[in-house]
Design a protein around this ligand. Structure first.
Ligand SMILES: [Fe+2]
Length: 277
């Protein structure tokens, strides 16, 4: 089972640049082409929020047209830059979300279960799940305790050390940790929001933040101001194998030089490992 995670598309219509510089539509097109050529193919694609950059209905329509290129089924959760009702409408054809309330879902992906949560507080950069959604999550996890489960939400429930992002993290992360800690089948908690690849132990499982497919947030662990940086965009590939569990790979988007390891290199490796030649 291979789940590809992309995040923080911040999609703007073709020809519109974020910050006057970042071609988010072009970045998305390259990400989608990358996802469609994965070998083996992804069984599903998860988008962990900020699909648009405060987009209106026409932006959502353009975005959904592009996402329609994906060969794998798409699952998504909202970020702070998404409008809940526009997103509900955009994904109506997938029958992913309820007709009203939070944009949450639970889906079976082969041996895995994927639960998506809605941490959007309209008009605010920080996130919150709220007691009703936490109770829903508790019930969902309680109903399938044997099934390895991934829980996804946009806002990380743990501090990253990047102060200006931690100031807009999930507000009820401790309550979420309480729920997750009661259900040992949660293999991972997947987030976006920070536009960086980050891992952290969380509530007895692994918390992971996926990188953005366009601009990154500059790595600043010394309280520096918020800046974007055009580091190489990437996706996360979460592979589940029975008997082993979940392994997540960072996969950069783009074409990079590839070469065969030489015989000489192999001999060097053999010497180091002590193997006989
Ligand atoms: Fe974002």
């Amino acid at each position: 089972m291979l789940l590809a995670q992309i995040s923080d598309l911040h999609f703007l219509p073709k020809g519109t640049l974020a910050f006057g510089r970042v071609d988010t539509a072009g970045h998305l097109e390259r990400a989608l082409a990358h996802l469609n050529t994965l070998e083996p193919a992804a069984d599903a694609v998860l988008i962990t929020g900020d699909l648009t950059n405060d987009g209106d209905a026409s932006v959502w329509a353009e975005l959904m047209g592009l996402l329609g290129r994906l060969r794998a089924p798409v699952f998504a959760i909202p970020g702070n830059h998404d409008d809940r009702e526009l997103m509900r409408e955009a994904f109506a054809h997938r029958a992913l979300f309820p007709a009203e309330g939070p944009l949450r879902f639970a889906a079976d992906l082969g041996p895995l279960r994927l639960i998506g949560l809605d941490s959007l507080i309209p008009g605010q950069p920080a996130g919150r799940l709220g007691p009703d959604q936490l109770a829903w999550l508790e019930a969902q996890l309680g109903a399938a305790p044997e099934r390895p489960t991934l829980v996804a939400l946009h806002h990380p429930p743990f501090r990253t050390g990047i102060d200006h992002m931690d100031a807009m993290m999930l507000e009820d992360g401790e309550a979420l940790a309480g729920v997750i800690a009661r259900h040992s089948q949660v293999a991972c908690v997947l987030c976006g929001h920070v536009h960086r690849t980050i891992q952290c132990r969380f509530a007895g499982t692994l918390g992971q933040i996926g990188p953005g497919v366009a601009h990154a947030v500059q790595l600043t662990l010394a309280g520096a101001p918020s800046r974007w940086v055009l580091e190489p965009p990437a996706v996360l590939l979460h592979e589940w194998r029975d008997g082993r569990g979940l392994v997540s790979h960072l996969d950069f988007i783009g074409a990079f030089e590839v070469g065969q390891f030489s015989n000489e290199h192999t001999r060097v490796t053999d010497v180091h490992s002590g193997a006989s030649r």
